[in-house]
Design a protein around this ligand. Structure first.
Ligand SMILES: *[C@@H]1O[C@H](CO)[C@@H](O)[C@H](O)[C@H]1NC(C)=O
Ligand SMILES: *[C@@H]1O[C@H](CO)[C@@H](O)[C@H](O)[C@H]1NC(C)=O
Ligand SMILES: *[C@@H]1O[C@H](CO)[C@@H](O)[C@H](O)[C@H]1NC(C)=O
Ligand SMILES: *[C@@H]1O[C@H](CO)[C@@H](O)[C@H](O)[C@H]1NC(C)=O
Ligand SMILES: *[C@@H]1O[C@H](CO)[C@@H](O)[C@H](O)[C@H]1NC(C)=O
Length: 389
C-alpha cells in the first residue's frame, strides 16, 4: 500500500489573466508505480513577428482518480523537433482545470463559447478571481525547470466523489507565444514593447486595461500590447515561412490510493505457497525524533514485523512469542507476546519528513482481520551523556 498525500497548489504572483483538442502520442508504461504519458496539443500557426494568444480547450489528460507528480511542457514543430526560444518565444502556458456541463459539451466544442456551461476550478493562493487560475504553468524557462513533486506527495485530481453531478472535469491550455524570427528587436518583442508592435491606430482609444479603464497612453509594454495576431516589426524585407507548432507535454501520475489507514486486512486463500505473506506500507513522518521504544500489534500467524528507515536501515523488528502450555499468558498456539525494541537512546534517529516502511509478515494462510500496527515512541531530546555516537 502506498500512501499519497494531497497537496494544495498555492500560487502567488502578479500578472495575467485568462482568455478564452488534441492527439496523444506515447504512453510509456513503467515497472514502477508511476505512469507517464506524452501528449501533443492541437496546432497553432506562427509566422515571423507574430503573436499567438490562444485557449486550447479539452486537452488530452490522464483519466480517472489520479495524483499528478509532474507536468512539463515545451514547444515543438510539426516534426516533433524542439523549437528554440530565439525562434518562437514561449511567453507563458497555463494548464487550467474546468468542469463542463455534459449536456452543453457539444455546443461548447462547436462555439468555443466559455461563458456558459463552464466553471473554472482554480488553485488556492493569492489573486483569486480570474487572475492566475492555473494549476501548472511557466514560460520560456519550462525546459529547464522541474515540476516534479517529491514522494509521497501528488496533486489529487478526478476524485469522483467531489465532482458535481452532470459535469465533467476537463483541462485547457492558455498560451502565449511570440515568433521573433526576423524582428527588429527580439528581446523587446518578447517583452511586448508596444512601440515595436504594429498596433492599430486607435489602439489606445479602444483598449481596456486590467481595471476596466482605457489603457493609459504611457503604457509602454506588457500583455495588453501582446494581442493575438499582432506582429512585431520586422527587419527590412525579412522573409520567413509560417509554420505550425504545438505544445508537447508530459504528465507523470500515480493512481490515487486512499490515504485512509488500513485497520485490518485479509490474507487470501493460497494453496501452495510456502513463502510468507508480506505487506508493506509507507509512513511519512512529519516530525521525527529519537526512537526509544517500538513494538507491533499483530494476530496469531504473525512471523515478524519490521520498521525500516527511508535508507533501508532496520529501526525495529518485533518477533512473536507463541504459547506452549495451558496457563494464562502461555496458551498453546496463541500469540501471547511480541518482542519490544529498546534501542540505546540516541542510537536511532528518525528525521523530520523521513518516510518509514512498515513490513508485516504473516504465515501465508487464509486469514481475516489480520493486523499490522506498529507503536513507536520518539523522544525530542535525550540526555546529553547518550548523545556522543
Ligand atoms: C520509470 O522508472 C524508473 C525507475 O524508477 C525511472 O528512472 C524512470 O524515469 C521512469 N520512467 C518514467 C517514464 O517515468
Ligand atoms: C446544464 O445545461 C443545461 C442546458 O443549458 C441546463 O438545463 C442544466 O440545468 C445544466 N446542468 C447543470 C447541472 O447545471
Ligand atoms: C483617439 O482619441 C484621440 C483623443 O483622445 C483623438 O484625437 C484621436 O483621433 C483618436 N484616434 C482614433 C484613431 O480614433
Ligand atoms: C497548419 O495547419 C493547418 C491545419 O491543419 C493548415 O491548414 C495549414 O496549411 C498549416 N500551415 C502550415 C504553414 O503548414
Ligand atoms: C522476518 O521473517 C522473515 C520470514 O521468515 C525472515 O526472512 C526475516 O529474516 C525476518 N526478519 C527479521 C528481522 O527477523
Amino acid at each position: 500500500m502506498k500512501n499519497l498525500y494531497k497537496v494544495t497548489i498555492m500560487l502567488s504572483s502578479m500578472m495575467m489573466f485568462l482568455f478564452g483538442t488534441t492527439h496523444s502520442i506515447v504512453v510509456e508504461s513503467n515497472e514502477s508505480y508511476i505512469k507517464s504519458a506524452t501528449f501533443l496539443s492541437e496546432k497553432f500557426e506562427v509566422g515571423p513577428g507574430k503573436i499567438v494568444v490562444k485557449t486550447l480547450l479539452d486537452i488530452d489528460f490522464p483519466k480517472g482518480h489520479i495524483g499528478v507528480k509532474s507536468f512539463d511542457v515545451e514547444v515543438v514543430d510539426e516534426d516533433g523537433k524542439s523549437v528554440p526560444l530565439y525562434e518562437t518565444y514561449l511567453h507563458h502556458w497555463f494548464a487550467v482545470k474546468y468542469i463542463e456541463n455534459i449536456t452543453m459539451s457539444h455546443y461548447i466544442k462547436k462555439s468555443h463559447d466559455l461563458r456558459n456551461g463552464i466553471e473554472f476550478e482554480r488553485n488556492d493562493g493569492m489573486c483569486q478571481g480570474f487572475l492566475l487560475p492555473h494549476y501548472w504553468g511557466l514560460g520560456g524557462e519550462s525546459r529547464g525547470t522541474s515540476s516534479n513533486l517529491p514522494d509521497p506527495f501528488a496533486v489529487e485530481l478526478g476524485n469522483p466523489t467531489k465532482l458535481k453531478d452532470g459535469f465533467k472535469e476537463k483541462w485547457l491550455f492558455s498560451i502565449m507565444v511570440i515568433d521573433t524570427r526576423g524582428t527588429h528587436d527580439r528581446k523587446g518583442c518578447t517583452e511586448c514593447r508596444c512601440k515595436l508592435l504594429n498596433l492599430p491606430n486607435n489602439f489606445y482609444n479602444v483598449t481596456m486595461g486590467i481595471n476596466g479603464q482605457l489603457l493609459p497612453r504611457n503604457y509602454k509594454g506588457g500583455l495588453f500590447c501582446c494581442q493575438d495576431k499582432l506582429q512585431c516589426k520586422l527587419r527590412n524585407d525579412f522573409q520567413g515561412p509560417t509554420r505550425n507548432l504545438s505544445l508537447r507535454y508530459k504528465i507523470r501520475w500515480v493512481d490515487w490510493m486512499n490515504t485512509r489507514c488500513l485497520l485490518e486486512y485479509t490474507i487470501p486463500r493460497n494453496h501452495d505457497s510456502v513463502s510468507p505473506h508480506v505487506k508493506k506500507a509507507n509512513i511519512p513522518m512529519t516530525k521525527g525524533g529519537y526512537l526509544i521504544y517500538g513494538t507491533a500489534h499483530m494476530h496469531t500467524g504473525v512471523v515478524n514485523s519490521t520498521l525500516y528507515g527511508q535508507d533501508g536501515r532496520v529501526l525495529c523488528t518485533s518477533n512473536p512469542k507463541y504459547g506452549t502450555g495451558k496457563e494464562a499468558g502461555n496458551e498453546n498456539g496463541y500469540l501471547v507476546g511480541m518482542s519490544v525494541c529498546y534501542p540505546k537512546p540516541g542510537s536511532i534517529k528518525i528525521k523530520d519528513g523521513e518516510i518509514l516502511t512498515l513490513e508485516s509478515i504473516y504465515e501465508n494462510k487464509f486469514r481475516t482481520g489480520a493486523m499490522g500496527h506498529f507503536y513507536i515512541y520518539l523522544a525530542d531530546q535525550i540526555p546529553n551523556k547518550d548523545l556522543n555516537i
